[in-house]
Design a binder for this molecule. Sequence first.
Ligand code: SF4
Ligand code: SF4
Length: 364
Amino acid sequence: MAAERIIRLIKRTPLFPHLALFGNAVRLRPELLELNLSRERTVELFKQYVEVVELETVRFCNRRCSWCPNSFIDRISTKKFMPDGIWQDIVSKLSSIDYAGTFVWSRYSEATADPSLSQKIRQVRGAMPRAWIAVISNGDYLTEKLLLEMAESGLNRLCLDAYIDYEGGYSVEKATNAVATMAQRLKCVLGITREGMSAVEARCFHPRAPSVWITIASINLSVAENFYNRSGLVKGPFPEGFVRTSPCSRPFRNVTIDWDGCVMPCCDTMSDAPQHRGYVVTKLKEGEVDVIDAYRMLAAWRRKLCGFQVGNAPCRNCNISCYPSSALSRGVYGMLGGVAMHSPRFVSPLLYRISGGHRQRYRP
Ligand code: SF4
Ligand code: SF4
């Protein structure tokens, strides 16, 4: 609780909106902006900087939430699965470099709609013993049996969204009930709970799977702080005329893969959306393009996102981890980024560690 109080205090300081700045600046390396890079050096950079490999193994979600592109993209009438060749290649390439970051089922799909999810988790655990394996789910298909199966397969983290009926607006009572009902259905024990008009979030655990860190959250999606407009795809409580000017670290630290192997610049973009089709970085193809190549190719996006400027779509109206462009923020970014860019190879990863960059996300 003391830690939560400290975080709340930090959030109130004028420095808070700028914290992402430090992480962005210290990730700068000339090679990360280079498209023609040797395989060997790409592997080194991948191991140093990639914190999250996020993907979906099924193209399907049973919901059509109004704040999600699935509200207008049909991902409900048919289920399509990631081709096995692409899946096997992702796992084997990450295994070959002893990937130790986060491996997470996320994107715009319901992970538990893939009947082989537990089997796939087991495969990832065997291939990447040091990885942090996470699943994000709306919980609708989740049963106690599946939870225990996933735990036994090697899952570390389960992030569950307990959605409420937003018609009558958000209330702490509704959100608390939704969280408690889900916990009860899964026979989980509720731990520390954070309650507020922004969200109700409970840390919980299952007595027979204590090693899996579970959170159940019911978020108020009608407040601007919780709303992401998915680079202009969805409308919501978003400041009129907002234009992004700050750098972005996503293509430095994430590799984002859609069900068919399309690699996207970040979690905010979706290859299914007609407006985002042009943003596909590459498509994974066995024997031709793999996940390591994809990280090298993201250099084109990194170049566009390493300075303070008004970008083009999709970044122009993206509100993810942005901060004000002021003389102070530009000055600090320029100074730290300059050190990271021009110093010997070991300095940038070191600075990155010191600045709080984590190798694994979704950790407690
Ligand atoms: S992916 Fe998540 S947010 Fe999108 S429709 Fe499905 S449950 Fe809703
Ligand atoms: S600014 Fe937004 S849209 Fe652009 S890469 Fe970053 S997260 Fe994605």
